[in-house]
Design a protein around this ligand. Structure first.
Ligand code: AR6
Length: 166
């Protein structure tokens, strides 16, 4: 089972084999964490994303990390649910994001993966419920990934993820 860690910071500075971005179906880039990842990886990321798009909600697809600093070799693009009150399968789609990212990580042989708080920004998923789903799903998913780092971009998310891990 993977070791789970929580850190506060910018995911583009993580020393891991693969970082996850919270993308939209086009995989062409956007705001939030996706904007930061695309800026750090350079324009080839959008070219590579566009070539394998679309990516449906709950799914994940991988590209090279291009200009991101080593050891990051891969970007795993996942598309979270747009929150619409919670009765439209949002929780299951979010859990699927974490499962699919780990499955993709296994396919590419990544042993360390950093996740942002998928869907909790522009897509509006409540942060506490999202933290619970993130930690529970990663704990319950069989994987060869040895180290999973949850990267919180704000104190509240850091506290919520830390509480779930404790
Ligand atoms: N490192 C780590 N986390 C970050 C960073 C960063 N550099 N920047 C923001 N976050 P969001 P979503 C956090 O909106 O809700 C994009 O336009 C942020 O504080 O990035 O899944 C895509 O293209 C929040 O906790 O993703 C889609 O269109 C978390 O990352 C859409 O937004 C997720 O917020 C996806 O929305």
């Amino acid at each position: 089972m993977a070791t789970l860690e929580v850190v506060l910071g910018d995911i583009t500075g993580e020393d891991v084999d693969a970082i996850v971005t919270a993308a939209n179906e086009s995989l062409l880039g956007g705001g939030g964490v996706d904007g930061a990842v695309h800026r750090a990886a350079g324009p080839r990321l959008a070219e590579a994303g566009g070539a394998i798009a679309p990516c449906g909600p709950g799914d994940a697809k991988v590209t090279p990390a291009f200009d991101l600093d080593p050891p990051v070799k891969h970007v795993i693009h996942t598309v979270g649910p747009v929150w619409d009150g919670g009765a439209y399968g949002e929780a299951e789609i979010l859990a699927s994001c974490y499962r699919r990212c780990l499955a993709v990580a296994d396919e590419i042989g990544a042993r360390s993966v950093a996740f942002p708080a998928i869907a909790t920004g522009v897509y509006g998923f409540p942060a506490k419920q999202a933290a619970r789903i993130a930690v529970r799903t990663v704990r319950e998913t069989p994987t060869k990934v040895e180290r999973v780092r949850f990267v919180a971009f704000d104190e509240e998310t850091y506290e919520l993820l830390s509480a779930e891990l404790a």
